[in-house]
Design a protein around this ligand. Structure first.
Ligand code: ACO
Length: 322
């Protein structure tokens, strides 16, 4: 049996840190409101000259170093993002070129905050089919460029970043299962109103922002993230008590706490980065994985459940032995 196994991880966060205190000067809000409603204390914001691919490249270099992998070893690149540099060519080809990798398949997957889980699940199938020996998988986002900085109900939530993993085939258990899902009936609860084939030119430079019915998103997120976790455990005949770590999408501390409570999982077993990163959409899970590995909490052989939920809605999980 061939498993996909994480050989190394990396992350990159833009230098600029935007604190809640600074946001108080931009919109009518308070550090106290943001902390108690979301858990966010600060977030990183990309510089004008940074692009999502430039974040990806730094995260990829770090993951490649951790996995001791060279550019010529990589035979597949898949990136989950909602904020690619260009409409085309796809962002994975830009990263491919920058890393001096040539010829291998390189594509991106657009599934909002679930982008990395969708990408990793896809790569798992390439690896188990014997079609990849060394894949680069990234979740990355410059979501602050989509944010309407006049809208206090959304601008306080988001941040930028990139998380990368190198995945290789292994005889030792790695990824045990992946489950993906989506339901387009929830579109109106969370979306960005402009795209390549809709109103892009008409929108001009007017403020366009993320449209979100926060309260309703919150409820569906908690319910779905709980169900997704149960689905993964059940499919593997495992009990939640066997989990060493839960790495949920970092949208809101209250969503994370409610999900952990549903699973009766102590918060000590949950990797939480939302206070430092905000909601970085597709980047949140791989960056949290990298944080947990690099600070020594996550150890080889441990059982890890990663899960995400995002616009669409889309959702998914990856249960794996690290
Ligand atoms: N500062 C101060 N007051 C604010 C702010 C702010 N930044 N934003 C909203 N308010 C006000 C509202 O105007 C409202 O005032 P009112 O009662 O006078 O009308 C009040 O605070 C309460 O607003 P609610 O939206 O009910 O606040 P809630 O407790 O639901 O928190 C939040 C809002 C944080 C967005 C929450 O609903 C949430 O986290 N939802 C989940 C959505 C999410 O995480 N989206 C991210 C992207 S999706 C994803 O990643 C899954």
């Amino acid at each position: 049996m061939i498993y996909s196994k994480i050989a190394g991880t990396g992350r990159y966060l833009p230098e600029r840190i935007l604190t809640n205190a600074e946001l108080e000067k931009i919109v009518e809000t308070s550090d106290e409101w943001i902390r108690t409603r979301t858990g966010v204390e600060r977030r990183h914001v990309a510089a004008e000259d940074e692009t999502t691919s430039s974040l990806c490249i730094e995260a990829a270099k770090s993951a490649m170093e951790a996995a001791d992998v060279k550019s010529e070893d990589i035979d597949l690149i898949v990136i989950g993002t909602t904020t690619p540099d260009l409409i085309f060519p796809n962002i994975a080809t830009l990263v491919q070129q920058a890393l001096d990798i040539h010829g291998c398949p390189a594509f991106s997957i657009e599934a909002a905050c679930t982008g990395f889980i969708y990408a990793l699940s896809t790569v798992d199938k390439f690896i188990r089919a014997g079609e990849s020996q060394c894949a680069l998988v990234i979740g990355a986002e410059i979501i602050t460029k989509l944010v309407d900085w006049n809208d206090r109900s959304t601008c306080v939530l988001f941040g930028d970043g990139a998380g990368a993993v190198i995945v290789k085939p292994s005889a030792e258990p790695g990824i045990l299962s992946t489950h993906l899902g989506a339901d387009g009936k929830y579109k109106e609860l969370l979306y960005y109103p402009v795209g390549a084939s809709k109103d892009l030119v008409a929108a001009g430079t007017d403020a366009v922002g993320i449209i979100m019915r926060g309260n309703e998103v919150f409820k569906v997120a908690v319910k779905t993230l709980g169900a997704v976790a149960q689905q993964a455990l059940k499919a593997n005949n495992m009990d939640k008590s066997e989990l060493d770590w839960l790495i949920p999408h970092q949208a809101n501390l209250r969503i994370i706490q409610a999900t952990a409570k549903r699973l009766k999982l102590p918060l000590e077993k949950v990797i939480i980065t939302v206070q430092d990163h905000g909601n970085t959409s597709a980047a949140s899970v791989p960056m949290a994985l990298d944080v947990g590995i690099r600070d020594g909490r996550i150890k080889r052989g441990q059982l890890i459940l990663m899960e995400a939920f995002g616009g669409g809605f889309t959702w998914g999980s990856v249960l794996m032995r690290y």
